[in-house]
Design a binder for this molecule. Structure first.
Ligand code: ZN
Length: 113
């Protein structure tokens, strides 16, 4: 479950030091009040909660300057992460060569335009 961070809307909370965290399910409603002191509060998107997300292989590859694509449909690849174009559209010959390549175990190397 993700940890959400809250801050009081109009006041400084004297009990919890202005901010508190709550462990909640993704589909849970945001807390309307601080559970400690009862002041109105709102959920804030914290950098800490982003860090909790486990980086995918694509994100790790992107940090090394590599671009990861996934096949969206026949002959079309969408970028998952990394630099470069967002979509690769293969030509008929390229699609045919990918189909032929599937018979081998080697992954097809995509060449960027
Ligand atoms: Zn509080």
């Amino acid at each position: 479950m993700p940890i959400y961070e809250y801050e009081p809307i109009d006041y400084d909370c004297l009990i919890c030091g202005g901010r508190f965290e709550a462990l909640q399910g993704i589909h849970d409603e945001p807390l309307p009040f601080c559970p400690t002191c009862g002041l109105d509060c709102r959920r804030v998107i914290s950098k800490a909660s982003i860090k909790i997300a486990t980086p995918t292989d694509a994100d790790r590859a992107a940090k090394k300057g590599l671009t990861t694509f996934r096949r969206a449909e026949k002959g079309v690849w969408e970028k998952v992460a990394g630099p470069g174009v967002d979509v690769i559209q293969g030509s008929a010959e390229e699609i045919a060569s990918v189909e032929a390549e599937k018979k081998t175990s080697k992954p097809k190397k995509l060449e960027l335009p």
